[in-house]
Write a protein that binds this ligand. Structure first.
Ligand SMILES: Cc1ncc(COP(=O)(O)O)c(C=O)c1O
Length: 483
């Protein structure tokens, strides 16, 4: 596509835009177990109006747009109240969970460098921590030390303790973590953090606007928020279970002594003195306005209703999955995230994923253990029955026709999860991304698993294998198939 010479009229453009959306995931119909959180059409309409009202404003300069600063401050205070933060707590609205986590790590590092002159900083987090923490470590020159999980997928606090040394600048854990939906032992970690004088960040990006309402509905939960001594910061995403427009999360600190290490100030730039509270320069005001309106439009009562419905959907799906022979639900997560897998070797979970995807369901694929992830919301009450019957049909189909597992994307996912040479997987994914973002963008759905795998096997084992005719055999072994 060339740069347009002539203007195009609005109706034509909007019609083209709608046509482009034809193949998008159908979240309105409740077939998306990830990516989109909606509290219904009426609520979304309000979010759109509030977003629109501040469509042009820029949160970068709080002096020019005092309204944005006001709304941001309200959002921080409302979230602090919900999460039982002390009166001294302070924070910022960010563009999402990833930015909140990047800033949490950056601030832990900056504080330790300022207070203790730590040279080669390290942070400690469970292997299940959101990958944005790995991204933060990568970006900010911090070493990420991963602590293993216990059988229930929560982190082992003793393993965390053993990883602490004088270079440690902070601990992180999740409430709940994304892949399996369980809450890490925050109270035990808080004691460890306090004993070593370290900050503890709780990633409640997904739980921040979920767990408080589950607790209020009378379900017992382990403590995880600012009531736990030793918790110094929490991230909570408005654009997840806060049901607001995308581009809004809150990062809260126990007090401003922590928050000040998050800020960036430059005094020498020819363009003037520059101060920025978070990662971006220009900050869209729309998501802040939508969140400000959205949280108040629902209020505690609205969130409780939504959570009651989401829990009902979760129970129906979880119990229904447990009733399907060949399916196993992982553990018993306290929130509305679920992960399930197959309980028989011959049933490939990724092949089941392909069958479900072909019927329009959208969800994530976990690789450890191999399972499918569902983020359950109120909307899924409507579609729980249909989903369960599609899972049951899928299992039947896999039993009848085992060849399904060698078609579609299942072999590729299976191999990616199993391949010990992670460097190769990384290279292959990078290649795929370059294909998608390069000058002649490839459709993201265009994958040739078989060719991809054969190239992987050749690259990895070529020199050792010698003969090209063994490639297929090795590929089958890696896939767990008997040649
Ligand atoms: C626990 C947790 N933390 C952080 C994130 C990152 O959030 P975002 O995608 O808004 O950057 C997610 C996203 O799913 C999450 O589940």
């Amino acid at each position: 596509m060339r740069f347009p010479e002539q203007p195009t009229d609005a109706d034509t453009l909007l019609a083209r835009l709608e046509a482009l959306r034809d193949d998008d995931a159908d979240w309105r119909a409740g077939r998306c177990f990830a990516l989109v959180y909606s509290a219904g059409e009426a609520h979304d309409a309000l979010l759109r109006r509030a977003h629109q009202a501040l469509f042009s404003e820029n949160g970068l300069n709080p002096m020019a747009f005092r309204s944005v600063r006001h709304m941001e401050s309200d959002l921080v205070r409302m979230t602090a109240d919900l999460l039982h933060a002390p009166p001294e707590a302070a924070g910022t609205v960010t563009s999402g969970g990833t930015e909140s986590l990047l800033l949490a790590v950056l601030t832990q590092r900056n504080a330790a460098q300022a207070r203790r002159r730590v040279k080669r900083p390290e942070i400690i987090a469970p292997t299940s921590i959101h990958v944005a923490v790995e991204k933060a470590a990568h970006l900010f020159g911090v070493r990420l030390r991963l602590a293993p999980l216990r059988a229930d997928h929560t982190v082992d606090p003793e393993a965390v303790r053993r990883l602490i040394n004088r270079r440690t600048v902070g601990l992180l854990a999740s409430a709940p973590q994304y892949p399996h939906g369980v809450i890490d032992p925050i109270e035990a970690l808080g004691r460890i953090a306090q004993a070593h004088g370290l900050p503890l960040h709780v990633d409640a990006c997904i739980g921040g606007f979920m767990l408080p309402f589950i607790e209020a509905l009378g379900h017992p939960l382990p403590r995880w928020d600012f009531r736990v001594p030793g918790v110094t910061s929490i991230s909570a995403d408005l654009h997840k279970y806060g049901y607001t427009a995308k581009g809004a999360s809150v990062l809260l600190w126990q007090d401003t002594d922590w928050l000040r290490h998050q800020f960036f100030v430059s005094t020498e730039w020819p363009g003037g003195i520059y101060a920025s509270p978070s990662l971006p320069g220009t900050r869209p005001a729309g998501p802040i306005a939508a969140a400000w309106a959205g949280v108040q439009a629902l209020g505690r009562e609205g969130y409780l209703d939504l959570m009651r419905d989401a829990l009902e959907a979760r129970d129906r799906i979880r119990d229904g999955l447990r009733g399907i022979e060949g399916i196993r639900v992982l553990g018993d997560p306290p929130g509305t995230l679920l992960a399930f897998t197959t309980s028989e070797r011959s049933l490939d979970i990724y092949a089941l994923a392909d069958l479900l995807q072909a019927r329009g369901w959208h969800f994530d694929r976990n690789q450890s253990p191999r399972s499918l992830h569902l983020t359950v919301m109120a909307v899924h009450r409507r579609t729980a029955g249909e989903f369960l019957s599609d899972v049951a049909d899928g299992v039947e189909r896999l039993r009848r026709d085992p060849s399904v597992r060698s078609s579609g994307t299942a072999p590729m996912y299976g191999m990616m999860a199993r391949l010990p040479a992670r460097g190769f997987v990384r290279g292959a994914v990078l290649d795929a991304m370059v294909g998608m973002y390069g000058p002649e963008p490839r459709d993201p759905m265009d994958s040739e698993p078989q060719g991809w795998m054969d190239r992987a096997v050749q690259k990895l084992g070529g020199p050792l294998l010698g003969a090209a005719d063994r490639v297929g055999e090795v590929r089958d072994r890696l896939l767990g198939r008997t040649p």
